[in-house]
Ligand binder design. Sequence first.
Ligand code: ATP
Length: 351
Amino acid sequence: MTRPLRVALLPGDGVGPEVIAEARRVLEATGVALELEELPWGSAFWREHGRMMPEDALEIVRGFDAVLLGAVGDASLPDDVTLWGLLLELRQGLDLWANVRPARLLPGIPCPLAGRGPDDVDMLFIRENTEGEYSGVGGRAHRGTSAEVAIEASVFTRAGCDRVVRYAFEHARERRGVLTSATKSNASRYGYTLWDEVVRAAAADFPEVRVEHVLVDALCARMVLDPASIDVVVASNLFGDVLTDVAAALQGGLGVAASANVAPDSGTPGLFEPVHGSAPDIAGQGVANPTGAIWSTALLLEHTGHADAAARVMSALESAARHGPKTRDVGGEASTREVGEAVAARVADAT
Ligand code: ATP
């Protein structure tokens, strides 16, 4: 008998617990043998213990095959406490160097671009996830005075660029054979230039992939004007972050978008999470869209060797997007739970 898939559920803050409850329901409907454990980390944990997660959190997480995270963030705590104390700590501590975000418009979900539909929006973003502009290197001096200085350094390493760029090439080869690399190397002279060189060098090993180097601002415009011309995009930490929020809008909003944080071929558990945050404005109302969390569950299944189950979850999500029920952010009236139950029922039917 195969070993059960060990998944840590980390519901976190705000709408996190609401969407993770539905993701769990769907995961359990797949019939995949599971061992699930909830980790009560996040802002409530911080209030009790003065930290977002226990000291040995990385060790605990390494005991699982994957982590499914809801959201972190709390209006009463500074973002750098919640973000650096949990999400960035996990990404960097586990060296989850690739952030994978599919941006596909599911049929039935309204697109904000007039006249565009699912045929126009089907992109895959691979974002560098541990260095670049979010390395956390820098400092401040002369705080609070008129002479105050803040320095935030971007750190680009050849090895760090190379692994994520090659991973993106592999995806481009599997899809349409086109890779778009987004930088700003006309204005920044060092980090993005190294990135460009690494892309050119790696391209030699992927002759079947056509590469285009596009400045990030021009790419933002193209995503709006001609999204169908874009397939796989590889970008640094900051640029990937910004581009994928634009992409999330194109695919129906933050409630729909999913992501995977992975360290391919390392054996390290991946961290899977919806792109949205804790959404305090709708938390506790039972109206959050669980699609992003459920889609993240499909990514989790795909990355842990359960491609069939992942495909069943995606086709159930597609069916719910097309025929309902849908939450109000995507034009419906259903509750978080109604969507979760409907998707889980379709997954169970297909199992
Ligand atoms: P945080 O500080 O945790 O990132 P935030 O409010 O700044 O919180 P989000 O939580 O991503 O950022 O929310 C941005 C907007 O998107 C809010 O109006 C929120 O209601 C909406 N939103 C986020 N997630 C969902 C969801 N799952 N379903 C519906 N709407 C959502």
